[in-house]
Design a protein around this ligand. Structure first.
Ligand SMILES: NC(=O)c1ccc[n+]([C@@H]2O[C@H](COP(=O)([O-])OP(=O)(O)OC[C@H]3O[C@@H](n4cnc5c(N)ncnc54)[C@H](OP(=O)(O)O)[C@@H]3O)[C@@H](O)[C@H]2O)c1
Length: 311
């Protein structure tokens, strides 16, 4: 049903996830891609979004547009995290339904699952308990997106799907130490410490929490896989299944960067949740697999970081 000339709109095509999807679609020979920055098309605005769909009539929509951020940003801007994300996804989903988009791929995050749900996290544990309070605003918006996709599949029998990726990293990541995730933050800290005569690097917590990471190119493969295949269900977890402690991650990044200084574990700072792993068996059983190893992925990401910091 989807061909190389199908019109594909990648919402958020300049972000880390959207740009990875765009690169892969181009590489695979899809020729009819559309992308707009938020300055050109503010997806919070229902009228302009409707008009855009009326004029462009995309056949596929990849929703990688969102207001994203860490604990600090969620705590300071709860209203925007809830409202902006609901507006963006509602406008995209309702315009897609109205203009008969064939395939819609909604991207959420593993924070939609309850804080105390059993690990690895299965899709069925959605709404089975309380959320982690620090990112509840973002999570509630994403849960409403997942439910909209489910409602459309149930009521209109359309092959719309919600993918819940694990922690991602790769080109285009956020390296701002106040708002970044753990992997890009460690990469920047070790790089700067090496430049600074191998100065010590201080890391929050004891290093014991376990986390799962996946290169963003693997997620892009999952998105294109979802676009090219008919899926039976509305919600799928997408993770590498590769778990690592924060301490092992720090040592791996230190080795790749070539930092020879000391690591100081600041145990007065919180560790966060002890383990966070997605159960991605349902999606893997369809035939997708994560192929970028953490070691290779970090090497590629570090090269990209260096290139960008030199340019
Ligand atoms: N990064 C991760 O580790 C991770 C993990 C799991 C899931 N995800 C999911 O993947 C999606 C994308 O995340 P990301 O990391 O790629 O974020 P990102 O790099 O911050 O990109 C977000 C994109 O959204 C666009 N956007 C924001 N507000 C907009 C608006 N009002 N109108 C139009 N476009 C708007 C931005 O466009 P402009 O730059 O033009 O403003 C940007 O291109 C999110 O739904 C997130 O939940 C990410």
């Amino acid at each position: 049903m989807i061909s190389k000339s199908s019109k594909i709109y990648v919402a958020g095509h300049k972000g880390m996830v959207g740009s990875a999807c765009w690169r892969l679609l181009e590489k695979k020979g899809f020729k009819n891609l559309i992308g707009k920055s938020s300055n050109e098309l503010d997806l919070k605005d229902q009228q302009v979004t409707k008009q855009f769909f009326k004029e462009e009539k995309p056949e596929v929509v990849i929703d990688a547009a969102a207001k994203v951020g860490g604990i600090w940003a969620n705590n300071h801007y709860p209203y925007e995290f809830l409202m902006d994300n609901m507006l963006i996804q509602n406008n995209l989903i309702s315009s897609s339904l109205k203009s008969d988009v064939k395939k819609f791929i909604f991207l959420g995050s593993s924070c939609i699952y309850p804080k105390m749900a059993p690990q690895p996290l299965k899709e069925e544990c959605l709404l089975s308990g309380l959320l982690e309070p620090t990112n509840q605003w973002y999570a509630i918006a994403k849960i409403s997106g997942v439910k909209l996709i489910e409602a459309i599949r149930t009521q209109f029998k359309k092959d719309y799907v919600a993918l819940m990726p694990t922690n991602l990293y790769g080109p285009g990541d956020n390296y701002d130490l106040e708002t970044s995730h753990v992997l890009p933050a460690l990469l920047r800290k070790f790089h700067e410490a090496k430049q600074n005569n191998h100065a010590p690097v201080t890391i929050w917590g004891s290093g014991t929490p376990l986390r799962e990471f996946m290169h963003v190119d693997d997620l892009a493969e999952a998105v294109v896989f979802s676009m090219e295949n008919n899926l039976e269900e509305s919600l799928y977890n997408v993770g590498s299944g590769e778990e690592i402690t924060i301490k092992e991650l720090a040592l791996l990044i230190q080795e790749i960067i070539g930092h020879k200084g000391e690591i100081i574990w600041d145990k007065s700072k919180p560790n966060g949740t002890p383990r966070k792993l997605l159960d991605s068996a349902k999606f893997k059983n369809l035939g997708w697999e994560s192929i970028v190893s953490l070691q290779n992925g970090i090497k590629m990401t570090y090269s990209n970081f260096i290139e960008n910091s030199l340019s």
